[in-house]
Design a protein around this ligand. Structure first.
Ligand code: KG4
Ligand code: ZN
Length: 372
């Protein structure tokens, strides 16, 4: 059958339209040259999920369907792309590719963005590029900012993931470790729920910690065996729960327990103690990762990247700045709008895939879990 439409353009250093829908943010962005963000539209569903204390996958999928078209339209509009330049025209200003975060994430949510991306790529006759969402987080510090100096170690921590990478280039990432149970942000959210603090819990705990004493209660630091670079946050969450409600069946069970008996000061102390423990674990793991890269991989790490929603945490930012100085690393933390889920990081990273011809076809699938 003859196809009169233009074939997908080969590398065009023009614009990339990115789409992100892996969790509870519907997002579209237009990025030029990997770093220059022309538009970055994010529709958050946080309000829809707040009363459940976490993201409800079915609600997320449905909300993405409602939001995706208006979000894309707004991103295209704000980027100021004239309609004539939408199909790949070979011109510098044309759209060179459509990028989509197709892994990992909630499968129903991923599929909405993937279908939208395929549709655009089909209509515009440009390549589609599937991007690893967590790898995209590690590119976020370069958005509207300077190039990243590689090699780098990246800690990406959010409500859905906690992963440590050795990055040799924007798209050359080696997974060094990841959480084996809860993500760090998930632990913040669950502990906030135990403490009757609002959702999302990270900002609330960060805030409460300012009035608390971090060493008033020493919560466990789960470092796992040997020099493991994996994380585990389910134990500390349980430790907080037991601290508040008592250990079930223990002889102390009769002692008065429960959040109601705790005053603001005690709640702040628990928040601060929890936050200190999480930050401590992250500091230790980052140090291990840098040592591992320098010694075992013979890689002279120059940069430390922190990304994901948890990178907003003030104690973590302080700890990382200090660590950077100690380990002689330049620290790169994205602007807040690029720390949390967004499509600019997806379009930005896709530029590096496109540059080396790493494009996908319409068989591209969504994958909920990846350990890479
Ligand atoms: O990256 P993000 O917006 O969405 C994904 O989960 O992918 O991250 C949201 C997570 C939530 O768990 C939230 O509690 C956490 O990031 N968070 C924080 C802070 N701000 C947001 N965690 C600790 N401290 C904060 N200041
Ligand atoms: Zn994320």
């Amino acid at each position: 059958m003859r196809n009169n439409q233009k074939q997908p353009s080969r590398f065009n250093p023009g614009l990339i339209v990115g789409i992100e829908s892996s969790c509870d943010e519907t997002a579209c962005a237009v990025v030029a040259g990997g770093r220059e963000v022309l538009s970055n539209v994010v529709a958050s569903q946080a309000e829809l999920h707040a009363r459940f204390g976490g993201v409800v996958p079915e609600i997320a999928g449905r909300a993405h369907i409602e939001a995706i078209n208006p979000v894309i339209a707004q991103a295209i509009d704000e980027a100021g792309i004239p309609p004539a330049n939408l199909p790949a025209s070979g011109k510098q200003a044309g759209v060179a590719a459509v990028a989509v975060a197709n892994r990992p994430g909630l499968i129903g949510s991923l599929l909405v963005g993937l279908m939208a991306a395929k549709t655009l790529a089909w209509v515009w006759r440009v390549p589609i590029i599937g991007v690893n969402h967590i790898h995209a987080h590690a590119w976020a510090p370069a958005l509207d900012d300077e190039e990243i100096e590689y090699p780098a170690v990246a800690l990406i921590a959010s409500g859905g993931h906690t992963s440590l990478y050795l990055c040799r280039s924007p798209d050359g990432l080696e997974l060094l470790g990841a959480t084996i149970d809860d993500a760090a942000g998930e632990a913040f959210d669950k502990v906030a729920a135990i403490l009757n603090l609002p959702y999302p819990g990270g900002p609330a705990i960060d805030q409460a910690s300012r009035n608390g004493q971090a060493d008033a209660i020493k919560f466990p630091r789960s470092l796992l065996k040997g020099q493991s670079l994996d994380f585990s946050f389910s134990g500390i969450k349980t430790a907080v729960l037991y601290h508040v409600n008592g250990v079930p069946g223990s002889i102390r069970a009769g002692v008065e327990k429960g959040i109601e008996r705790l005053g603001e000061k005690e709640i702040s102390d628990i928040a601060a103690g929890f936050q200190a423990a999480v930050v401590d674990v992250m500091r230790t793991k980052i140090k291990r990762a840098v040592n591992f890269a320098r010694q075992d991989r013979d890689t002279n790490v120059r940069t430390l990247i922190i990304g994901g929603g948890v990178a907003a945490n003030s104690a973590l930012r302080e700890a990382v700045a200090e660590l950077g100085e100690k380990l002689d690393l330049s620290v790169r933390i994205p602007a807040m709008e690029y720390c949390t889920d967004n499509a600019a990081m997806v379009a930005g990273l896709a530029f590096h895939h496109l540059r080396v011809g790493k494009t996908d076809d319409f068989e591209l699938a969504a994958t909920a879990t990846v350990r890479r």
